[in-house]
Structures are given as structure tokens and as C-alpha cells.
Ligand binder design. Sequence first.
Ligand code: HAM
Length: 417
Amino acid sequence: MAKVQAPRGTHDVLPAQEDARHALEEAAARILGAAGYERIETPMFEATDLFKRTVGESTDIVQKEMYTFEDGGGRSLTLRPEVTAPIARAYLEHGMHKLPQPVKLWYLSACFRYERAQAGRQRQFWQIGAEAIGAADPAVDAELITLLHRVLDEVGVEELELRISSLGTPATRASYRDRLQAHLRAHEDQLSEEVRGRIDLNPLRAFDSDHPGTVEVMKTAPLLLDELDADDAAHFAQVRELLDVADVAYVIDPTLVRGLDYYARTVFEFTSGALGAQSAVGGGGRYDGLVEQLGGPVTPGCGWAAGVERILLAAGERAAGSTQIDLYVAFEGEAQRTAAFAIATYARQAGRHAQLELAGRSMKGQLKAAARVGARFVVIVREDGTVLKDMDSGEQHDVDPAPDAVVAAVQRGMGSL
Ligand code: HAM
């Protein structure tokens, strides 16, 4: 019979990969927690309209990447392709505007996009993200960028580059859009078919194209960054100044486009040279109109999300901090199993990482297994005596077989007593 496989673009997270993921989650929780961000979890599916209204009807995400379905009651639901819109919804729904502002939240959530699957691009992937809703201060933008930089740096993402830009207000963007469309129309014959087809819908995406003719046309295109109004330009200048203070290096990239429509003012993206074509590790920006688009009051907001799989790919070996096994409990003869079990149980109660032989291996096989899991000590329980072996030095000595005595000897050996 044909085997059933995981759907394309999804993957199992096997035990060998869990340590690295856990280390990332721990780093994010610690770094974001220390900066006052609290964890939130939103549902895996939402009303389809939530994403249409915020991410934008003309974006790739809404046009072709959403997993949308009708439930038994005929409602259109969508597996979340991102978490910012759900968080803005939750902010409104739970009256978080009554809390001290900004409300600072972080998440680690599965997201779903029907994209062409390749290395670093999946149909189910995980995002770590942070959102600060309710403050327009440029320090919010700079704080968020600095925190993402710290998370990526701490887990060992290499060859990081940060690009930043500002998109101004929707009004600035609207008049800029007219000028850009005029420029594209004037050079329509040189553009790729895809870009030509999107002049009306999404002319900004032309900056993303790698089609040679389009690239040439975009070299002389007007830049939004040159047309910011005074407030937006001042806001952007302050974000840059604060990033300088935080010692976070960046490149100003006026062509930076993000694939979501809700942004205003600051946008940013971290890429890693350690990744292939899908080089964006994380990105985000300010979304001052988002809560309003959901029927709420005018509320500024800013945030980012970073792909867990991409972070781990870019961090390579460095992300993998594995759990140290303190004690491997080996035993010889069925009669010793109970004593061995008691030692392992006691060691775990005492907070030690302990493993018990469970596969009926020979003593040689047990010692090999202990070495393979990287055990620091092995206790060998035999009828004629119990021995504690230090796997680092190779030294071994007799110990009292009582569980507390064995564990005390391990603690002493590890320098914690
Ligand atoms: P985004 O740039 O669409 O932004 O996604 C953020 C990150 O998620 C990307 O940089 C990438 O690392 C990861 N990612 C996206 N799609 C995939 C995929 N198909 N496979 C693997 N990883 C992927 C957002 O989602 C915004 N909500 C970010 C944000 C938060 N803006 C403000 N607040």
C-alpha cells in the first residue's frame, strides 16, 4: 500500500531538532520578557475578512497563498498566514487600549501560506514575533529592531544585514504611487509581463523584480523616501539615531518593499548571507492604521516577525545547545533493575537529567549508549557492588548503592555540593 506522507511544504520537528528550537524559544522569552513583552497566543484560524482587510486584497498572501475554507456553518475561515492582524484583533476585542500603552506582546506561532516550497520556504512555518501597540514614539521602532537583532545574534545567526526604510503616511504613499505608476507606464515596453499586469494594483512590487528590463527601469524610478512629509522624515531620522545609539548597524534601502499592505512609516528586514534565495530571516514595521482598519480607534503600532526555520537554518550548528545528561544508570542482571530504576527516579527528583537503560543491552552496549548521549557520569549497578564512572576523566570508584548516596556522589563530582 502506498505510504501516506506529510503534505508538501510541511515538516516534522524531530527530537534531534527540538533542542535548537527550544534554545531559540528560551532566548526569545528571556530577551523579550526582560524588555516587558508578554506572551500571547491567538487561534490558528480566523475570519477570512481579517486578513483581506489588513494584509490587503492585492498582496500575494491574500490573492494566492491563504488556506481558506468554509466551516460547517458556512463561515469563511483562514489558517493564519501571519499573526499581526490577529493580534490587532485581539487588542480590540479584549479592550487592551484601556491598559497602559503601549501594550507589548510576543508570540511563537505556526503560520500557513500556500507558497512554492523550497529550502527556507514552507507552507507551514513558525514565527517568533513581537508587537507594541499604542505608541507612535520612534523609540518603540528602535527598541523592537534592537530586540530582534539581539535574538538573532544570540542564537548565532550569521552574516546578518539590516535594511530599513520609511513608507510615510498613506496620503504620501498615494501621491507617490501616482508618480510611480506614471514612470512605469512611460517605460511599459521594457517591463516584465508580471510587473506590467500589476501597475494598477501594486506598482511598488516592481522594486522586487529581478527581470533585467524592469531592474533597469526601476533605477530611474522616483523613491518614496525622497517624498516623505516633515513629520515622517523626522520620525525616521529619530529611529536611525536611536539605532546608532544601540549600536545596531543598518543600511537604508529606499526600495525595501514588504509583502503586506498595513505598513506606514518605518519598515525593516533582516537578511542573512548564510541563507540561499529565501534570505529574509525576519522583518516588520509600523502599522499605525491597522487597528482602525478593524473598526477600532486610531492606534499606532509596530512589530516584527522572524521565521523559526530560517533562523535555525541561518544559525546552523551554533543554535544546537543539547541537553546534558548528568547520569546514565546501567545495570547488570534483571535482579538489579529495581535498584537502578530507584536511582534514576531519585536523580530526576533531585533535578538531575538521568537516563535508565531500557533496551536490555550488554554492559558494553550500555556504556556505549551512555557515551552516545553524552552522559557525564554512569552508575553501574551490579549484584557485587555499585560503581560510579566519571565519563570525562574515565575514573571510577565504588559507591554506596542507596539512591541518595549515588546522587550525592554525582552532585559532588559535578561540583555542585
Ligand atoms: P513577513 O515578512 O511576511 O512578515 O514574515 C516574517 C518572517 O516569516 C519572514 O522574514 C520569514 O523569516 C518568515 N516566513 C515568511 N513566510 C515563510 C515561509 N513560507 N516559510 C518559512 N518562513 C517564512 C509578517 O508576517 C509580518 N506579520 C511581520 C510583522 C509583525 N510586521 C509587523 N509586525
